[in-house]
Design a protein around this ligand. Structure first.
Ligand SMILES: *Cc1c(COP(=O)(O)O)cnc(C)c1O
Length: 374
């Protein structure tokens, strides 16, 4: 068995002719930069999310960076996020010269702890970046209430939650800005790097159009200083094809997650993912916890089952952020999780026998480690 954590090639084979046609159309037009396919994809993506505007960019990291820039956050401004996220969330803040401030997460959901969030707000706090981790949304009612009370911007990090919902409302349509990544392994993945920013705010939308394109709309006339962070036309064409299947793919992920959860409950000391009642998770990641994490990971690898730790070191303990002078135990929940979490393969093209094989192997690990045949 050749199980991949995410099987991008198998996925491509699924949609091959449709995708190749879309790419060929672009190749024949040669409109590689801001071709009409970019706007078409932005249009369908904003409709999918249920917001007014969408701006295609060249990565999720750029989406976050441009969002912070668009809000004019800089020196002395505090932006609050969580330590158990991908590095880009923090990087976007520090890169703009604003201050990264962390709050710990809730142990059950692994999402931003809203009580602690409110306690850590100061007069310098200007924005919040809730991270919809693993496919599940942070409780946005609470985030909105706090943001309103303290007059803070909200940037949703939706890089892992394309299509996730809370009370029927999609991630990326609630905050001032929503940031998406289309890195190949995400629920909606390009054939390279790509990203998107969503918003309901016309002013921010217009500023983002400038910020991603050298600060200009009309060539060689620059309204503001801006970088080159555009979404490629070819990537937009590929993403337009794949967007049509995203709902279906997210449902398949849910079925796989349900199978895992059904079979792995009461196995060893495994703690299953907790999905809150009003949430529809899109299970970008299926993450379980066990005290025997390292042994399990090694065991799975022996049976050719890849697994990943999302993430092994919380950002406050990363070397890159030693300047923040954090120490062990500053965010104990995130640190505890980092020692216990392990993400199992999940992607829409998985075969039933692959899922079954993974489940059996995990059961084998917890029942009889040595010589039970599969
Ligand atoms: C993937 C990811 C990013 C970064 O997106 P890129 O497209 O890789 O730059 C940011 N935040 C989170 C939570 C992510 O998972």
């Amino acid at each position: 068995m050749d199980i991949k954590f995410v099987d991008i090639v198998r996925q491509y084979n699924h949609y091959q002719s449709e995708i190749m046609n879309a790419i060929e159309l672009v190749l024949n037009k040669g409109n590689f930069i801001l071709g009409e396919e970019v706007e078409q994809f932005e249009d369908s993506f904003k409709d999918f999310i249920g917001c007014k505007y969408a701006v295609g960019v060249d990565s999720g990291t750029s989406a976050l960076l441009l969002s912070i820039s668009a809000l004019n956050l800089k020196n002395g401004d505090e932006v609050i996020t969580v330590p158990n996220t991908f590095i880009s969330t923090a990087y976007s803040i520090s890169e703009c010269g604003a201050s990264v401030k962390f709050v710990d997460v809730d142990e059950a959901t692994q999402l931003m702890d809203v009580e602690q969030l409110e306690k850590s707000i100061t007069s310098n706090t200007k924005a919040l970046i809730p991270v919809h981790l693993f496919g599940q949304m942070v409780n946005m009612e609470n985030i909105l209430r706090i943001a309103k009370k303290y007059n803070l911007y909200i940037i949703e990090d939706v890089c892992q939650s394309h299509g996730a919902e809370q009370n029927g409302i999609k991630a990326g349509s609630i905050g001032d800005l929503g940031c998406f990544s289309f890195y190949p392994g995400k629920n909606l993945g390009a054939f390279g790097d790509a990203g998107m920013i969503t918003t309901n705010n016309k002013e921010l939308y217009e500023k983002l159009l400038l910020l991603r394109n050298y600060g200009s709309i009309q060539k060689y006339f620059h309204e503001i200083k801006g970088k080159n962070a555009r979404l490629d036309t070819i990537q937009a064409a590929v993403l337009s094809v794949k967007l049509k299947y995203l709902n279906e793919c997210n449902l398949i992920r849910n079925k796989i997650a349900a199978k895992y959860s059904q079979e792995l409950q009461n196995v060893g000391d495994i703690i299953l993912p907790v999905i809150l009642e009003n949430n529809f998770s899109v299970f970008h990641i299926y993450c379980i916890r066990t005290k025997k994490r390292d042994e399990l990971k090694e065991f799975l690898l022996k049976y050719n089952i890849p697994s990943i730790i999302h993430y092994p070191v919380p950002i406050h303990l990363q070397k890159a952020y030693s300047e923040l002078n954090h120490k062990k135990n500053d965010f104990p929940v995130s640190e505890k999780l980092a020692d216990e979490i392990i993400s199992l393969p999940i992607h829409p093209e998985m075969y039933d026998d692959e899922i079954y094989y993974i489940i059996q192997t995990i059961k084998k690990f917890f029942t009889n480690k040595i010589n039970l045949p599969l």
